[in-house]
Design a protein around this ligand. Sequence first.
Ligand code: ZN
Length: 174
Amino acid sequence: MRTFISVACLAISATLAQAQDGAELNLVKQILAEAQENSFRNNREYCGYLVIKPNGMLSATSITKGRKNSCLADDFPEEWTPIASFHTHGAHVDNESFEIPSYSDAEGDEEEGVDGYVATPGGRLWYIDSQDREISLICGLGCLPSDPRFEEYPEDRPPDFFTYEELRNYELEG
Ligand SMILES: [Zn+2]
């Protein structure tokens, strides 16, 4: 009986987790789609956090305009629990690529104990799972609005998945 109950509970919590993930993904896609337009216009990163408010509702902080290659989100009320960071990677710049999360993005999320979402000039959406230490592409080129100036040669196409260590090595190898 005990086995039966725990299996049933697992099934229920898995369903809840999926529903939560779906809502989380929809929200972050909506926010980042909007932030992309400003990113391209101003060539700045935009960032914020997905949070759980005290009433249990999933929500987001206001969006902060950062710098060309960094963004520090504004403070938010202590009662809000951050679950994931999100940021854009600015506009397309010729001969440079911002199509994958940086190792410091992944490290920062791990230090803060949150996951992360990153939107790129090519419209890629990445997920940083800081607990499993894995970075994966949620959806590829043009999934979010992309910078009209964006171009990518096939040989420059990045892998769709990295462990933290793989990402660090990929960066080091340039
Ligand atoms: Zn980044």
